[in-house]
Design a protein around this ligand. Structure first.
Ligand code: GLC
Length: 596
């Protein structure tokens, strides 16, 4: 009995051993235990920008807040975005609506408490979403304790800001600034401080004194700020106004007049060429320090705001393979190059997309931005008919799309009278010119439903007026409608997760004045063609005639703009590629696999 028992045990051991050997060999050959290298979240996610004052007013007082955002996390989840970028919620006198920070490590009561913030982070994380904070390093508020103490020359704060002596007194007894540098928000970038008897420098408002990054203590403090938020589990930062971080040391140098800009007004920022006050090489050293700090935490993102029409100057912020810097500088070229409908052609779109893809350093990741709190809404800038086409474009291109709240609905700029104007940039241009400069029109409350105040708040008023179109243009209406911008957006957010879009290649088979198209393909996966009619006219396009690569004779419609109601392009129908009907501004997504 014992012997039999022994034999059975032996057999069992041999059997199990053989199985183990087979598994090990199989694994070695096919690498099934090889760790799947997952893409970082900021590559797989749509980043959705929430402007907290305008998203949802949870504690009704006319201004949006953090509990409001938390209560809408399910909306974000259903929308299909993966990360929220939250514009500033720090303590602030709100001269620049949060971009004037009086305490970098506290939440402003208008937005709620730190407990509300923690709850938002936990709720987002529980549902698989990430939170990216706005980081505002270039300046603080003049109400920040550092500035107050700097004014009084209290060490170590004496040199926390950029102070300079007056270069004299004019005939009216007014102090003359050290140089001609201008503020982005117009007028001199120097403000006289009576108490300290010196000027201080401000790239933006006088209430936003620039921090002095040549002072290593400032750098240390700001790293402490980043660490504090990282330890609170935020998933990264959008770094604002990065190119303004440093100015040259020699404050006696005037900036040259931009003779070719055509700007005559000497107070207009564009009057000068900003050779001494932006994109100084030292900035990259600081970005490197922040990168190293972020790298101490797993899967954190650094997205940086750099507006510059010189593509090389922007690309520097990516760093390179040996010295990585930001994960990406925002790609603002779809905004800058396409300011109005007149700028939009198939060719200009191709040029703008290539500009980024062709100049991006090796191994880096692209991104696509069509709007934010500093730029007009897509529907107003380019046309309502283009809303779906541009969402298709940004969500289906290789790279990370960044969507400004409400763009999924095609929200429009809101008319704001001079009396109602709040944006400091608009205010500084006065009643005649404010409309060209104010950013209020794109910052109005999110349109949730057709109830009073668009369902944004139960308070009696809203901090900026709600767009009157909210009665028809709102989340509820677009959820209930058979087709809507919102429904298309949601479908896109799902589609883009397919291998063809997340890993596939891109080609541009047909690009003419009126037509833009791209093909997304990957061996063994579906092949998709996006065709956009950039014109305002209805067209029937023969894609074969213009194609620079072979296309099948027909393809199946996957998605089309809401403006197209033709039977011929109903999703699921087959469209001959020598006769593709497109209404003005339409985006039509086709599946090319059908015939292969
Ligand atoms: C950033 C913000 C902008 C703000 C500016 C100055 O560029 O995006 O809204 O006005 O910084 O603080």
């Amino acid at each position: 009995m014992d012997r039999k028992y022994f034999q059975i045990c032996l057999l069992a051991i041999v059997f199990v051993g053989t199985i183990i050997v087979i598994i090990v060999c199989f694994e070695a050959k096919y690498g099934i235990r090889e760790k799947v290298v997952e893409s970082p979240f900021w590559q797989t996610s749509v980043v959705y920008q929430v402007y907290p004052r305008s998203f949802y007013d949870g504690q009704p007082d006319e201004t949006g807040d953090i509990t409001g955002i938390t209560s809408k996390v399910d909306y974000l989840l259903e929308l299909g975005v993966g990360a929220v970028w939250l514009s500033p919620v720090y303590t602030s006198p709100m001269k620049d609506f949060g971009y004037d920070v009086a305490n970098f490590t506290e939440i402003d009561p208008i937005f709620g408490s730190m407990a509300d913030f923690d709850d938002l982070v936990t709720t987002l994380h529980r549902k698989g979403l990430k939170l990216v904070m706005d980081f505002v390093p270039n300046h603080s508020s003049d109400q920040h304790e550092w500035f107050q103490r700097s004014v009084r020359c209290e060490d170590p704060y004496t040199d926390f800001y950029i102070w300079a002596n007056s270069s004299g007194v004019d005939a009216n007894g007014t102090q003359i600034p050290p140089n001609n540098w201008l503020s982005v928000f117009r007028g001199s970038a120097w403000e006289w401080n009576d108490e300290r008897q010196q000027f201080y420098f401000h790239q933006f408002l006088p209430e936003q004194p620039d921090l002095n990054y040549r002072n290593h203590l400032v750098r240390e403090e700001m790293k402490r700020v980043l660490t504090m938020w990282l330890d609170r589990h935020v998933d990264g930062f959008r770094i604002h106004a990065l190119k303004f971080l440093f100015e040259i040391e020699d404050l006696s140098q005037n900036e040259p007049v931009a003779t070719h800009s055509g700007v005559q007004d000497p107070d207009d920022y564009d009057y000068l060429n900003h050779t001494y006050t932006v994109d100084q090489p030292e900035t990259l050293t600081v970005v490197r320090e922040w990168r190293q700090l972020l790298n101490q935490y797993p899967d954190r993102v650094m997205m940086v705001e750099v507006y510059n029409d010189d593509i090389d100057a922007v690309m520097k912020y990516y760093g390179n393979e040996t010295v990585p810097l930001a994960d990406f500088p925002f790609n603002f070229f779809l905004i800058d190059n396409l300011q109005s409908r007149g700028d939009l052609t198939g060719e200009s779109l191709r040029y703008t997309i290539d500009l980024w893809l062709d100049n991006m350093p090796e191994g880096k990741w692209p991104n696509w931005v069509t709007g934010n709190h500093d730029n007009g809404r897509v529907a107003s800038r380019l046309g309502r008919d283009l809303v779906d086409a541009l969402n298709m474009l940004t969500l289906l291109l290789p790279g990370t799309p960044v969507t400004y709240y409400g763009e999924e609905l095609g929200m429009e700029n809101t008319f704001i009278s001079w009396d109602e104007t709040k944006d400091p940039e608009g205010c500084r241009w006065g009643p005649d010119l404010y409309q060209e400069h104010s950013r209020d029109p794109e910052r109005t409350p999110m349109q949730w439903d057709n109830c009073t105040n668009a369902g944004f708040t139960t308070a009696n008023s809203t901090w900026l007026p709600v767009n009157p179109n909210y009665k028809v243009l709102n989340v509820k209406a677009q959820t209930q409608a058979e087709t809507s911008h919102l429904k298309i957006y949601k479908e896109l957010a799902v589609l883009r997760r397919a291998d063809t879009f997340s890993k596939g290649h891109i080609a541009f088979p047909v690009v003419t004045k009126e037509i833009f198209s791209f093909l997304r393909y990957l061996e063994g996966s579906e092949k998709y063609l996006l065709v956009i009619n950039t014109s305002e006219e209805e067209l029937e396009v023969n894609l074969h005639r213009h194609a620079n690569l072979p296309l099948p004779s027909s393809a199946v419609v996957v998605l089309r703009s809401v403006t197209d109601t033709s039977e011929k392009t109903h999703p699921g129908s087959e469209v001959p590629l020598d006769k593709v009907p497109l209404v003005g501004g339409e985006g039509l997504l086709l599946n090319l696999q059908a015939e292969d």
